[in-house]
Design a protein around this ligand. Structure first.
Ligand code: BES
Ligand code: MN
Ligand code: ZN
Length: 502
């Protein structure tokens, strides 16, 4: 599944006729001779090799040599090189072809570095421009050669392939989240998922409104009541190929296979969140509520990579898709919903809809008896207020699993911060008429939302990632582009690949 505009090549020698050559320069140590300048000359031009700094130098072949800063050489790792690559892509936006030595720079695992460089190049180039007639702001870059001399070639080739698969998925998730509400309804994202599943080798099953009613999914049905667009639940299944299974006992003739660890992803897919009867004010910021399905988009994007990456774990996903709109049939305050697991919820604010659709997704996930469940959701403004746009909040009922999520976030530079799942606050969502209400008080909004979700996990190891902060970027910056960020896609891919039972 290719969603990016760049064709990648890995070459031992830079014999490309690329219009621009990007050369890594640290803030210390020697300057590569290909630059054709001394450090003093570069410094005199204002280039110090700071991370993400670039300087384009025209050369005699009417090409550009672009020096790209990677910061202190001892600290140049996959994260910094992802950022340097993004800066290089931005500096090369007006040229069609680029060659670069960036994948050979820095320290650490060469596969991881080449992957990060490829991600940075693609993510800083990608732009949702389907609705723009004028595409002059779109990068012209369509061809990149990663120069990989000698022994690094195999690792860089492998890393570039991984990076492209993963960055393609991020671009997909960004596109889906950036699409206006009328361009992407629940039905349409389900159809898209079927197509993507067929292309990427994962099984996709779609459940419509009648089926969700029959299944007792009162949360997603309740949220959908105000809309003329029916809901969809999309279940996606990936199993590692049998040959990868681990033989339990070679001593026995009929070796029994140990089942691969099973992880379930649940994504909030609120196609547009108007707040429902608890209508959000007409603040133009709320256009971003078209991206209230960013969790579901990240989940779909993640699933699209697993076969290509050869993921060894079993992974299942539930995308819970509906919009949240007011109308004469919409759910009202005081209404009580009966959820998939039988628990009852009194509605105190129809704008706290994400937890209602997730509750059914979590219940369905628990029924599969997986080893762990992770949900991802643009859930609370409170989490965005607390942690800002640079990190998600993570909470869970099992510290060892939360630690795996935190490790995946650290490895992908999609930052997260753990908040406490403080059970003393459970009383904040007590209802006098039902098992719970769907909002707490004004305080600890991210935590009371997580405590609500916990009611549907039945003790299965579970982590909740609240991405209300990092789901959106106000500016092009590093490998982020303005608009929907698809935050969580790379984190979830890493988690799916590295997930360990217990
Ligand atoms: N989708 C919103 C949360 C959100 C806000 C995501 C800003 C991204 C950016 C969610 O459905 C919502 O409306 N939450 C309410 C909950 C409240 C009513 C308890 C909120 O955060 O205000
Ligand atoms: Mn809402
Ligand atoms: Zn919402």
């Amino acid at each position: 599944m290719k969603t990016n505009q760049i064709t990648f090549k890995v070459a031992k020698l830079d014999d490309s006729a690329a219009k621009a050559t990007g050369i890594a320069v640290a803030s210390d140590g020697a300057v590569a001779k290909e630059v054709g300048m001394t450090r003093d000359q570069l410094v005199a031009l204002g280039f110090e090799g700071k991370l993400g700094q670039t300087l384009a130098l025209p050369n005699s072949q009417k090409q550009l040599t672009i020096v790209v800063g990677i910061g202190e050489s001892a600290k140049a790792n996959a994260d910094s090189l992802r950022n340097a690559a993004a800066a290089l892509a931005r500096a090369s936006a007006k040229v069609a072809s680029l060659s670069t030595t960036l994948a050979t720079a820095g320290r650490g695992d060469r596969v991881a570095i080449a992957q990060a460089v490829t991600e940075g190049l693609i993510l800083a180039t990608h732009r949702y421009d389907a609705l723009k007639n004028d595409k002059k702001a779109t990068s012209k870059l369509t061809s990149v050669t990663l120069v990989a001399p000698g022994a690094t070639n195999a690792a860089i080739t492998n890393g570039a392939k991984r990076g492209e698969t993963i960055a393609d998925a991020v671009c997909l998730a960004r596109d889906l989240a950036n699409m206006p509400p009328a361009h992407l309804t629940a039905k349409m994202i389900a159809e898209r998922a079927q197509k993507i599943g067929a292309e990427t080798g994962v099984k996709v099953e779609v459940f419509n409104k009648d089926q969700l009613l029959a299944m007792g999914c009162g949360g997603i049905i309740g949220v959908n009541r105000g809309s003329v667009n029916p809901p969809r639940m999309v279940k996606i299944s990936y199993r590692p190929s049998a040959s990868r299974g681990v033989a339990k006992s070679s001593a026995k003739k009929t070796a029994t296979k140990i089942k691969a660890p099973h992880l379930i992803l649940v994504g909030k897919g609120v196609m547009y969140d108007s707040g429902g009867i608890s209508l959000k004010p007409s603040n133009s910021d709320h256009a971003m509520m078209k991206a209230d399905m960013s969790g579901a988009a990240a989940v779909l994007a993640t699933m699209s990579t697993l076969k290509a990456l050869g993921c060894k774990n079993q992974v299942t996903a539930y995308m819970m898709c509906t919009d949240n709109l007011p109308s004469g049939s919409a759910m009202a305050m005081g209404d009580v919903l009966t959820m998939r697991n039988g628990k009852t919820v009194e509605i105190h604010n129809t704008d706290a809809e994400g937890r209602l659709v997730l509750a059914d997704g979590l219940s369905l996930a628990v029924e599969q008896k997986p080893d762990a469940i992770v949900d991802i959701a643009t859930l609370t403004g409170a989490c965005a207020r607390a942690l800002g746009p640079q990190m998600s909040g993570v909470m869970g009922n099992n510290q060892r699993f939360v630690d795996q999520v935190v490790a995946a976030a650290a490895a992908t530079d999609e930052q997260t911060w753990q908040l406490p799942l403080e059970r003393k606050y459970r009383t904040m969502i007590d209802s006098y008429i039902a098992d719970m209400k769907n909002v707490g008080g004004g305080d600890a909004g991210a935590i009371t939302a997580a405590l609500f979700l916990d009611e549907f996990t039945s003790g299965t190891p579970w982590a909740h990632i609240d991405i209300a902060g990092p789901m959106w970027s106000d500016a092009d910056a590093g490998w982020l582009q303005r608009g929907a960020t698809a935050y969580g896609t790379r984190l979830l891919v890493n988690l799916a690949e590295n997930f360990k039972r217990r």
